[in-house]
Design a protein around this ligand. Structure first.
Ligand SMILES: [Zn+2]
Length: 325
């Protein structure tokens, strides 16, 4: 196989095992552009079979997330909205691709955007429609038409067989100089457990440089955040241009980052040692969410909290309802 970004044939194997299943999974780095990718990218049909089996994407059952998951998703959605807000992106027609249970779409729609979402999983999208009355359709990016001022993809791009054709599609859906927010796991992160990196579902493992390069025909990166995952806010170019590959020094740097990944770095620089304590404090907050309905949990993240880093206090809600999850 050749590199999916630059077509070079110089791929070097860096891992051969799936972190979840321990089954064989070949991951390579391109020595020309630095993109880390599955050595053999499955085709559309193969991917559909995989998702059908692993993710039960088209199952008709009822999806009911636990309150703590709604709380976590709401908190993450707020951080993402604040990131957009800090770049001056506060309103407009918005499309969230891979909307999941609809938490982000709902909160975006309540805080200034005219938001809709698209989600391939029937259970999730039905849940979002019923629980939050948000505009989420069941399906993939291919089905989407219309024009948007802002498009968001949270943990979606790394699952798509061709990032470049995705960028082309997204460019066509965006209004002139529209915004595109992409969030993916960050291959350069110090706080990821070293034995938890490569999965069959993730076809690509981006660095700042390779993600910027993959988007470069259609988008310019305008804001980058690596607080947990890699978030890049892009702006659509006035006209498509040539692909700009990362510099050679960038490839050297990525290789160096990979060689530093290990338990020592994770525990000391990645703050792996304090993780259990930080988690405990969060668990306490999540527990309080149990007595509220999903929409009430999300509503606690609304206006007064926008722009502040203070998290809402669920125990201050006036009318506790019956247990839900
Ligand atoms: Zn390459």
């Amino acid at each position: 196989m050749s590199c999916q970004l630059c077509n070079s044939d110089v791929l070097e194997l860096i891992s051969s095992k799936d972190a979840k299943s321990s089954e064989p999974l070949n991951i390579s780095i391109c020595n020309t552009c630095g993109l880390i990718q599955q050595t053999s990218i499955p085709d559309e049909e193969e991917l559909n079979r995989y998702y059908h089996h692993e993710y039960r994407q088209d199952y008709k059952g009822v999806y009911t997330p636990k309150a703590k998951h709604v709380y976590r998703a709401g908190k993450t959605a707020l951080q993402r909205l604040n990131f957009l807000k800090s770049a001056g992106v506060k309103s407009g027609r918005m499309l969230d691709v891979g909307a999941g249970g609809g938490e982000f779409t709902y909160l975006a729609d309540r805080t200034g955007f005219a938001a809709r979402g698209v989600e391939p999983n029937k259970g999730y999208s039905e849940y979002a429609r019923n629980e939050y009355q948000c505009n989420i359709s069941t399906g993939n990016l291919d089905r989407i038409t219309g024009q948007y001022d802002v498009i968001t993809l949270f943990h979606v791009l790394e699952h798509l067989p061709s990032p470049q054709s995705a960028f082309q599609q997204l460019y066509q859906l965006l209004s002139e100089e529209g915004y595109l927010l992409i969030e993916v796991p960050w291959i350069e992160a110090r706080d990821a457990s070293p034995h938890n990196i490569y999965f069959k579902a993730h076809l690509y493992y981006f660095s700042i440089d390779t993600l910027t390069a993959a988007a470069s025909q259609y988008f310019d990166a305008i804001m980058i955040d690596t607080a947990s995952n890699l978030k890049i806010l892009f702006r659509a170019k006035q006209a498509p241009s040539r692909l700009r590959l990362p510099e050679t020094t960038s490839v050297v740097n990525i290789r160096q980052r990979l060689s530093q990944k290990g338990w020592l770095e994770y525990l000391f620089q990645g703050r792996g040692l304090v993780k259990p304590f930080r988690k405990l404090a969060e668990r306490m907050k999540e527990r309080k969410a149990r007595n509220f309905r999903p929409k009430e949990i999300l509503d606690q993240f609304l206006p007064a909290q926008m722009g502040s880093t203070t998290l809402p206090r669920l125990n201050e809600l006036k009318v506790p309802l019956t247990q839900n999850g």
